[in-house]
Design a protein around this ligand. Sequence first.
Ligand code: MN
Length: 205
Amino acid sequence: MKCATYYSFPDLPYGYSDLEPYMSKEQLEIHYLKHHRSYVTGSNSIIDTICNARTNNSEIDQRSTLKNLSFNVGGHILHSLFWNNLAPKGKGGNIEGSILEKRIKDDFGTVERFKKEFSAAAANVEGSGWAALVLCPETNRLMIMQIEKHNTNIYPGCKIILVLDVFEHAYYLDYKNDRAKYIESFWNIVNWDEVDRRLGDSILS
Ligand code: MN
């Protein structure tokens, strides 16, 4: 039996201080090194537990194990997407003239309208979660997902183009409880080139 295929902790595509002043070195370090890493180690440890149970032919508590695995794997995948759709201010390209801009205008009317809706979705996540822009293949439309925790309210099969983490652990050191201010500052460090590239890959695939 092929036992575990492990998740790996990815490199950050920039330095810890590179997103300042919008995201501080301390905030990014803790978020990436402690929180993201814990989802990777958590995922791998649950996979080990499942694998050991198969080896020993013992029972697995399916409900709690799979719920926990979904939370950890979702957390790992979302954080990997998040780091890569951020860039130091001025290094993430422009939305103007991109395919992304055209598709956002087709589906939301204007880029401003899209940003307003995405910000509101992020601001209104109940408890911990994410706002995500996704391309849904059946309709070929862009939609916004409001993900609770790492794994609730997801449209299966829709490709994630852009995510924003609104767990308190993502912003509390920098913004305390002011989630709205954190969301506003996020727009300064979006990597539009990466978001446009993901959209292009989703349209072709
Ligand atoms: Mn996070």
